[in-house]
Design a protein around this ligand. Structure first.
Ligand SMILES: NC(=O)c1ccc[n+]([C@@H]2O[C@H](COP(=O)([O-])OP(=O)(O)OC[C@H]3O[C@@H](n4cnc5c(N)ncnc54)[C@H](OP(=O)(O)O)[C@@H]3O)[C@@H](O)[C@H]2O)c1
Length: 268
């Protein structure tokens, strides 16, 4: 049975372990400063074993997922390095920590994979980009990782050059969508709905719309036109959004996030 270990079990690492605990076929290990973050993750009688140190976890795991903050990565790689060999793979979830730094961090003792998650991983609906370009990683191992991350949502292989775009769009995206949802919530409350009722309705509507977009194969624009009856209510709202340049502002927000990503990459 594959042994998957996660070092750092906060939002992302905890989400990954929670996602995997529901599936057979893995032995799961976790390490975090706070033992309780590992111990609460259990489902249907299966559990995650707390391991006392990062080094011990790296010794026992086949797949070592690093989900600590980017500034903690170098020290963490140094700490686990003695346990690394060609039978293992290190997967980093750290934003703005390049594949090259990862390779240097493991001193090329094992293959490395840079992975970018997003927040819905905590409910098993994450979207992941995996950079599978390390020459030390063979195709079967790359496919196995994609299959594992697909158990927690959607996973795609992307070249590292596209990570800033992925991160600005899909990593930051939940915040942009949630801000839009806050606007809808204000409208619902203004019209007399109770906040929790409106929030639930809006969340289900957004989820349903996203599923429709994923499953219909139609463009966003074609689907939108289907909701806009001639002389109807929706087109009045859509016209207002167009006058306020909402789509353009959304585009600019993503590009603003991309600019910040680029600043961070050069260390500002
Ligand atoms: N949040 C997002 O939406 C998002 C999106 C994409 C990528 N990421 C990346 O995912 C990584 C994790 O982010 P997060 O939001 O999950 O952070 P988080 O909630 O703060 O989780 C990190 C966890 O790692 C623990 N930790 C740090 N150093 C440790 C060590 N040496 N030994 C044991 N435990 C240690 C922390 O404990 P303490 O708090 O006690 O230090 C914390 O529980 C980051 O690198 C981030 O860039 C996050």
């Amino acid at each position: 049975m594959k042994v998957v270990g996660c070092i750092g079990c906060g939002n992302m690492g905890g989400g990954v372990l929670k996602g995997l605990v529901a599936h057979e076929g893995f032995t799961l290990l976790g390490h975090d400063h706070t033992r309780a973050k590992v111990e609460v993750i259990a489902a249907e009688g299966r559990s995650v074993s707390f391991v006392d140190t990062p080094l011990e976890l790296a010794r026992r795991a086949d797949i070592i997922i690093l989900a600590v903050k980017p500034y903690q990565m170098e020290a963490m790689l140094e700490e686990i390095r003695p346990a690394l060999d060609g039978s293992k793979v290190v997967v980093s979830l750290a934003a703005a920590f390049s594949q090259e730094k990862l390779r240097r961090g493991v001193e090329e003792r094992c293959p490395v994979v840079r992975c970018m998650p997003n927040l819905p991983v905590i409910v098993g609906r994450g979207v992941f980009a995996l950079c599978l370009d390390d020459p030390a990683l063979n195709a079967a191992a790359g496919q196995e990782l994609l299959d594992i991350f697909r158990l927690m949502g959607m996973a795609v292989a992307l070249p590292e050059a596209q990570f800033p775009a992925f991160s600005s769009l899909v990593g930051c995206g939940p915040a942009f969508v949630l801000l839009f949802m806050e606007g809808l919530l204000n409208a619902g409350i203004t019209m007399g709905l109770k906040a929790p009722v409106a929030a639930e309705l809006i969340s289900a509507m957004v989820e349903g719309t996203a599923r429709l977009a994923l499953e219909s194969g139609e463009s966003f624009a074609d689907l939108r036109v289907r909701v806009c009856s001639p002389s109807g209510t929706t087109i009045r709202g859509v016209n207002h959004m167009e006058r306020c340049a909402v789509p353009g502002h959304v585009t600019d927000a993503v590009l603003e996030a991309l600019r910040r990503d680029q600043e961070m990459a050069v260390g500002n």
